[in-house]
Design a protein around this ligand. Structure first.
Ligand SMILES: *Cc1c(COP(=O)(O)O)cnc(C)c1O
Length: 506
């Protein structure tokens, strides 16, 4: 009997490895590795007197796995359950703004009149779709205080490129060839310096290390006489989750030197409905529709990064913009605006995202959008208030829509930032953004967004406090083992990056 038990036990383990389950936590191997991957999914009669014209058939089979339809469905559905999403739980990824995507937006985007339009259709047949874009342009203009809006950029980083190219075009046409420098704080998102470099600008960094904010003094120093300065790229609130308090004075100094203020608008969800970026001196700004206005992103869908610009810069931004005249709506052409920098994207941009964003905005209304930013800030400050006695807070005072902690108090006892992140995984949370911003050692950037309930925040806070308590009690080494219940444990990320295995079989 005991021999049979042993054999059966081994078989059970093997079954789990081969696409079985333990605790409904499915293991899933590659399609090629399925034990019976020789069952064709279709049953076609053999072709009589077949002669291949390409010669491919004579080469024999190419070794594709043969699976039945249910096998294929299960394979992909199981893999999909390994993908943590905002629909499965709290996703406090700082800077990324993982908020709930209301299903109403999805309903609107799937209306046949929107979902089935083709970009090559005559514009007279898609007036409703053009009106959606036109109204979104107007609303974004009102929310930012910037009158020119181009919806075409396909993501935040693409919006940055569109915005900086607009600035470059303006300087070009004004003959400012000596303006070759972009200023940016050391805490800026990596896409900012990357975009500036891609546009051929040189970077000069504004240090913020001590306070987490730009100061007028540090800005003056970076500006110098300002002759060579084309503009600055700043996120406000910045990537430490702090509002730049001296921004108006800084923007004035920049403008006096003939530079333009590019605002990375990824954090607009902290301000929307409360203040307009144009009022603190912004000339160009992108908006991540997929962050501020809740369209799905990450694995969930394409982004959309419209840019908003001042009246002065509007002639230079990309085409097309939707314009309205006596005949209705149409997409503007290069001929209608010869000073434009040109096109950034085929057709008109991510139309489905425009529908979702407009749906989000209209369903919230003006008062609702203001509450969105207020609640996002409230939620972040609630987390900060519940954790600041045990985790080190690098910059004192309240935060905006995300709070920044570090592992300074824990790391020597075990419980460094990476251990915190992996322990959160063990307890069913997506980790916060870790080791960013780069200027703060062991950074943990937590963004709850307005859509989280107090209950989910409290459970997250409890796990965070438990981690700190384990570390303080000398059990930090155990944290280093986490996660223990996931299909995969900690991966050797350095080895994976240095020695990637790019083939299924060596
Ligand atoms: C997300 C983000 C970006 C880039 O936006 P994408 O849509 O991911 O290209 C730029 N800056 C900041 C601060 C961001 O958080």
């Amino acid at each position: 009997m005991s021999a049979e038990r042993k054999i059966l036990g081994e078989m059970m383990e093997k079954t789990i490895l081969n696409g079985g389950t333990r605790g409904l936590n499915y293991e899933e191997n590659l399609l090629w590795e399925k034990e019976h991957s020789d069952h064709p999914g279709v049953d076609l009669p053999p072709v009589k007197d077949f002669k291949s014209r390409t010669g491919l058939a004579e080469r024999g089979t190419i070794g594709l796995p043969q699976c039945s339809e249910p096998q294929v469905v299960r394979h992909f559905v199981r893999l999909s359950t390994w993908n943590y999403s905002i629909d499965s739980g709290f996703f406090p990824l700082g800077s990324c703004t993982m908020k709930h995507n209301p299903r109403l937006n999805e309903r609107m985007a799937r209306l046949p009149g929107f979902a089935h339009v083709h970009p090559m259709q005559p514009q007279g047949t898609v007036q409703g779709a053009l009106r959606v874009m036109y109204e979104l342009q107007n609303i974004l203009s009102e929310l930012t205080g910037l009158p020119g809006v181009c919806l075409t950029p396909a993501a935040g980083a693409h919006g940055e490129l569109a915005g900086l190219m607009t600035i470059r075009r303006a300087h070009e046409l004004k003959g400012n060839t000596h303006k070759t420098v972009i200023l940016t704080p050391d805490s800026s998102h990596g896409t900012n310096p990357a975009t500036a470099a891609m546009c051929g600008f040189t970077l000069r960094v504004i240090p913020t290390r001590d306070t987490g904010r730009m100061t007028v003094a540090a800005f003056r120093e970076a500006l110098g006489d300002g002759k060579d300065v084309a503009g600055m790229m700043v996120t406000n609130p910045n990537t430490c989750g702090l509002f730049e308090r001296e921004i108006i004075e800084i923007a004035d100094l920049l403008h006096k030197a003939g530079g333009y203020f590019y605002c990375d608008g990824a954090n607009f969800n902290a301000l929307v409905g409360s203040i307009r970026p144009a009022d603190f001196g912004v000339d160009v700004m992108h908006i991540n529709l997929h962050k501020t206005f809740s369209t799905p992103h990450g694995g969930g869908g394409p982004g959309s990064g419209p840019i908003c610009v001042t009246k002065e810069l509007a002639p230079y931004m990309p085409v097309p913009v939707v314009v309205k005249d006596a005949d209705g709506f149409h997409l503007e052409t290069e001929e209608e605006r010869p000073t434009t920098l040109g096109r950034m994207k085929g057709f008109q941009g991510q139309f489905g995202m425009h529908v979702r964003a407009l749906s989000y905005i209209l369903s919230h209304g003006a008062d609702g959008l203001k509450q969105v930013s207020e609640d996002a800030v409230l939620n972040a400050n609630y987390i900060l208030s519940q954790l600041k006695d045990i985790y080190h807070v690098p910059f004192e005072g309240p935060c905006m829509h995300e709070c920044l902690l570090t592992d300074k108090n824990q790391k020597d006892a075990g419980g460094s930032t990476i251990d915190v992140a992996k322990t959160l995984v063990e307890y069913g949370f997506h980790p916060m953004t870790v080791y960013f911003p780069l200027v703060v050692q062991g950074a943990m950037l937590i963004e709850p967004t307005e859509t989280e309930s107090k209950d989910s925040l409290d459970r997250f806070i409890a796990v965070m406090r438990w981690i700190a308590a384990e570390s303080a009690a000398g059990r930090g080494a155990a944290l280093h083992e986490n996660p223990v219940s996931t299909p995969r444990r900690r991966l050797d990320e350095v080895k994976a990056a240095r020695e990637p295995r790019l083939r299924w079989k060596a």
